[in-house]
Ligand binder design. Structure first.
Ligand code: FAD
Ligand code: SIN
Length: 547
């Protein structure tokens, strides 16, 4: 667990590149920070993405983005948005950051509209707003059920339009580089797979979440927790990793990808039913189908245990067909491709891993515990979501704190010199070359390890947890990490698996330590919330494991 760099490298033998603000990630957080950093036109901003620029959780977002943009029309208020967020957050919200997100979010969302993001509108031109679970007002801006695609499109276009922003899709960040404890850029595998040192005055990690650690997930392939693992290896403080939010309704069809079925469907009148037709959510919560996600997810599992089925059914019968066509065109099309017509048939659904609430600890400007390193979006933990996230608040968080990080990074970058290439990167437990792993890892069946890892997390560190399963999982992960994490791989798939192993170990360790149930973290052996011992954020860093 204490390895500092995944790749063996000699700094004098690899190519170098300089930039002012390096941003790793091209989702809503990375692109918002790029746009605000690039306001200082004397600086160069470099955005890296491991796939295409639009390959991100951002692009996959369906339901929308929450913001109080029309209070006079809806009766909504900033206070109501803050209140709803606190209500689901199970006692752990950072109220100062939450207030920043909700209040600055209004202008940031208006800024998105100015950039050309086309949210749905009524025929009179007014914005359409919808309501989702645990929101007390209709405050979600959306574009059909492909909101993220529209946001990603407009942000990517805006970024490509700026002369001082350079984008390098297909570039994989392997590790952060540091000198005297401060981050000075990143070691990357460039577009042709060559190792390269990118020296930067300031670095922002916007690498998204880690849903792909789980067998069942709504997340895209890029969500493998790379940023968390990189930040951990570089010594950054990580918070609340145990809080993984499970989305209650993912399409469950053998052989099909686990496609998210947006909560907005239940906002519009969709009802969860057992196979025999019972609308069971009324049994579990006064808000029935609009109860907070953790409750809906656990209720579905309860019903699955009760009925012996491996899924439940989402019935759209109460929504007018015209409304379904207009509001959920993608889900309509996708379901039809699997032979289900949602205008007349219910959808088979079950929960899956959706959102990483914890992450790299940041202040309200995105600064981490490592000088020169900032983080934003799902990779970061601003503590606004506490122990449970209100739907449609994460795009908002990425937008607001991405913007703030970019401003602060640009300001800091303008005040310091570009780092010189040097051999003197902090070794952190052995010089990179000396630390070079002696095993090439060639004898490992990585595909098998990946599949076992995802199953382990799903079954032992999933929606319902208990101490015994978590201990067993941690032991298993310790065995699995020992050899592969020390191996000297040379390709992106293997480095990604190493990141996934490391992040899984940390997540499981954190879940074992929190011996209570709070928000999305449910421990069957400690079913009650324990405010005396656990009403606090739990941090972890590399220093905790130094011997
Ligand atoms: P992402 O958008 O995931 O971007 C991560 C970026 O980091 C990518 O560009 C990736 O290439 C890059 N990256 C990662 N690792 C590396 C590396 N090693 N090297 C280089 N680049 C790297 N939230 C809402 O608020 N409303 C919604 O309606 C909503 N719907 C959702 C639906 C789905 C199916 C999913 C999966 C999530 C949804 N969410 C929603 C959550 C929300 O989409 C995400 O939390 C948010 O988009 C995260 O943005 P981000 O910028 O932090 O990361
Ligand atoms: C959804 O559309 O249900 C997802 C919204 C979110 O995760 O915020």
């Amino acid at each position: 667990m204490n390895r500092r760099y995944l790749a063996d490298f000699e700094i004098s033998r690899i190519s170098h590149r300089f930039t002012d603000v390096l941003i790793i990630g091209s989702g809503i957080a990375g692109l918002s920070s790029a746009l605000s950093a690039a306001e200082n036109q004397d600086l160069e901003v470099l955005v890296l993405a491991k796939g295409d620029l639009e390959e991100s959780a951002t692009r996959w977002a369906q339901g929308g983005i929450a913001a109080v943009v029309l209070p006079e029309r809806t009766g909504d208020s900033l206070e109501a948005h803050i209140h709803d967020t606190i209500e689901v957050a199970a006692g752990l919200t950072d109220e100062e950051n939450l207030r920043i997100m909700v209040s600055e979010g209004v202008d940031r969302v208006k800024g998105l509209i100015e950039l050309g993001t086309g949210f749905d509108r009524h025929t009179d031109g007014g914005l359409q707003l919808t309501r989702e679970g645990a929101h007390s007002f209709a405050r979600i801006l959306h574009r059909g059920d492909t909101t993220g695609q529209e946001i990603a499109r407009s942000l990517v276009e805006a970024v490509l339009d700026r002369k001082n922003i350079l984008c390098r899709p297909g570039t994989f960040a392997i590790d952060l580089l540091d000198r005297e404890g401060a981050c000075i850029g990143a070691l990357v595998a460039n577009e042709t797979g060559e190792l390269e040192a990118v020296w930067a005055r300031q670095t922002i990690l916007a690498t998204g979440g880690a849903g792909r650690l789980y067998r069942e997930t709504t997340n895209p392939s890029v969500a493998t927790g790379d940023g968390l693992a990189m930040a951990f290896r570089a010594g950054a403080k990580i918070l609340d990793l145990e809080f993984i939010q499970f989305h209650p309704t993912t399409l469950y069809l053998a052989g099909a990808d686990r496609f998210l079925i947006t909560e907005a469907i239940r906002g519009e009148g969709g009802v969860l039913r057992t196979k025999s037709g019972e609308a069971f959510m009324e049994r579990f919560h006064p808000l029935a189908d609009l109860a907070p996600r953790d409750i809906v997810s656990r209720s579905i599992l309860e019903i699955m245990k009760e009925t012996g089925d491996n899924k439940v059914w989402l019935d759209l019968g109460a929504i007018a067909p015209e409304r379904i066509r207009e509001r959920f065109p993608r889900i309509l099309e996708l379901s039809r491709s699997f032979g289900i017509d949602i205008l007349s048939q219910p959808l088979p659904v079950r929960p899956s891993a959706h959102y990483s609430i914890g992450g790299i600890s940041t202040d309200s400007h995105g600064r981490t515990s490592v000088p020169g390193l900032l983080a934003a979006g799902e990779a970061a933990c601003t503590r606004v979501h506490g122990a449970n996230r209100l739907g449609s608040n994460s795009l908002l968080e990425g937008l607001v704190f991405g913007h703030r990080s970019g401003i602060v990074a640009a300001r800091a970058a303008a005040g310091i010199a570009r780092p010189e290439p040097s051999q003197a990167v902090d070794p952190g437990g052995g010089s990179p070359a000396a630390e070079a792993a002696k095993n090439p890892g060639g004898d490992l069946d990585l595909a098998d390890l990946l599949s076992s890892l995802k199953s382990l997390l799903w079954y032992k560190v999933g929606v319902e947890r208990n101490g015994e399963d978590l201990s067993n999982a941690l032991e298993q992960l310790s065995t699995w990490t020992a050899y592969p994490l020390a191996a000297d791989f040379r390709d992106v798939e293997s480095w990604t698996l190493q990141n996934m192993l490391q992040t899984s170990w940390l997540l499981t360790y954190c879940a074992l330590r929190r011996r209570e149930s709070r928000g999305v973290h449910f421990r069957a052996d400690h079913p009650e919330r324990d405010d005396v011992n656990f009403r606090r954020h739990m941090s972890i860093s590399r220093a905790d494991f130094s011997t």
